[in-house]
Design a protein around this ligand. Structure first.
Ligand SMILES: NC(=O)c1ccc[n+]([C@@H]2O[C@H](COP(=O)([O-])OP(=O)(O)OC[C@H]3O[C@@H](n4cnc5c(N)ncnc54)[C@H](OP(=O)(O)O)[C@@H]3O)[C@@H](O)[C@H]2O)c1
Length: 354
């Protein structure tokens, strides 16, 4: 089988670099074009020195305007850029996966509410399938356009999905998602906020309320709840001393009578055949709950759950690597699903300990 030719648009950034790394072990694809406006002509290893000595080490950045036909485009651009040029990108490849938030929300109203303006290119939105295989696998299969996922939304969605599908949540009470995130979530461009003396050691609440990824969780609930639900969902995101990783603690109320056994049942039912979701809930060892440190570089999402003594409250935990399961890894997993390949291709790195 000849390999599909991939182009990465926005290849100096963190998600573009991760895609390049992940494709190295993928038997059916090769990256043949990669763009940068600021590093045009440079070898990719200047921006991504971890790739020295690999088969992509001699790849050089080209201008976005010089991209030629490819089989697949991965758009790894800042928010708003993909939708500006999607008409042009669509002439260059039959398959496109956009990692930004541009095509994640299927409701125009939700987009306007959370992104502060109407969608700039609304006719394209319905052509994209939301790219979380655990949620939209059937629609991704054979699809030509997929969106990426929000990393904090993914940690929250994968924690919640089994309970939403299983109808175990008391929707009359609020759901609180408290998420700790690493610095790479902000991308490779530096800012005052990322300056080392300001960032290092900080526990910085950067979205106490109104985090935009709330919209992706509301969308998941609308698609997955057996009965229409009107969730009152609050999300808080806090930057902590970590480069990679997102860890969500989701607090909620259960409908009367739900037991820990019921939680085991819905988690097992939802995830027993998932290639990248593990249930982590042990009573021995140091890492008894999901821990992002162990997931660095991997496509795993580890999920766990706890029920209060009174039995009516649950705390759900999900940890991921924001750049992999929260971005480039999910995007590659989507491509595998779209093309009907083994979903694990390119994504089998198991992580490091310690
Ligand atoms: N970081 C995460 O954890 C994460 C997780 C999930 C989703 N995402 C989403 O994935 C996308 C990429 O994120 P990232 O962290 O990789 O960002 P990043 O590190 O800032 O990289 C952005 C890339 O886009 C290029 N670029 C910027 N403006 C451009 C333009 N107008 N036209 C063409 N190229 C442009 C940049 O290179 P040049 O300036 O040299 O062209 C760079 O290669 C974002 O939409 C982000 O929201 C990120």
């Amino acid at each position: 089988m000849s390999r599909l030719k991939l182009a990465i648009i926005g290849g100096t950034g963190y998600t573009g670099g991760e895609l390049l790394r992940l494709t190295l072990t993928h038997p059916h694809v090769e990256v043949t074009q990669i763009t940068s406006r600021s590093r045009m002509g440079e070898y990719v290893t200047v921006a991504h020195p971890n790739l020295r000595g690999t088969s992509v080490g001699n790849l050089q950045y080209i201008r976005p305007d010089d991209v030629k036909q490819a089989d697949v485009l991965f758009l790894c651009l800042p928010h708003g850029e993909a939708s500006k040029q999607i008409d042009r990108w669509s002439t260059l490849a039959p398959t496109i996966i956009d990692l930004s938030a541009d095509f994640r929300l299927q409701s125009d109203e939700a987009y306007k509410r959370w992104y502060g303006a109407p969608h700039p290119n609304p006719t394209w939105v319905s052509k994209f399938v939301y790219g979380l295989p655990e949620l939209t696998r059937a629609r991704l299969s054979g699809a030509t356009y997929a969106s990426g996922v929000g990393c904090n939304a993914t940690a929250t969605n994968l924690a919640l999905l089994p309970l939403v599908r299983g109808g175990l949540i008391d929707w009359n009470k609020p759901i609180i998602a408290d998420i700790k995130v690493g610095s790479s979530e902000a991308g490779s461009e530096s800012s005052d906020a990322s300056h080392h003396p300001e960032r290092s050691g900080a526990v910085r609440v950067y979205a106490a309320t109104g985090h935009r990824h709330t919209a992706e969780v509301e969308q998941m609930i609308a698609w997955s709840a057996p009965q229409p639900a009107r969730p009152e969902l609050h999300m808080t995101a806090t930057s902590i001393e970590m480069v990679r990783g997102a860890s969500a603690a989701v607090h909620l109320f259960l409908i009367p009578g739900v037991t820990e056994k019921d939680l085991w049942r819905v988690y097992r039912a939802t995830y027993k055949t998932e290639p990248f979701v593990r249930l982590v809930k042990t009573t021995t060892g140091i890492f008894r709950a999901p821990e992002p440190k162990l997931l660095s570089g991997t496509n795993w999402a580890d999920v766990g759950f706890y029920i209060s003594d009174s039995g009516n409250k649950a705390t759900l935990i999900c940890a991921i690597d924001n750049l992999v399961k929260g971005a480039a890894g999910s995007a590659l997993q989507c491509l595998n699903v779209m093309k009907g390949w083994d979903e694990r291709l390119g994504l089998e790195f198991t992580g490091l300990h310690p």
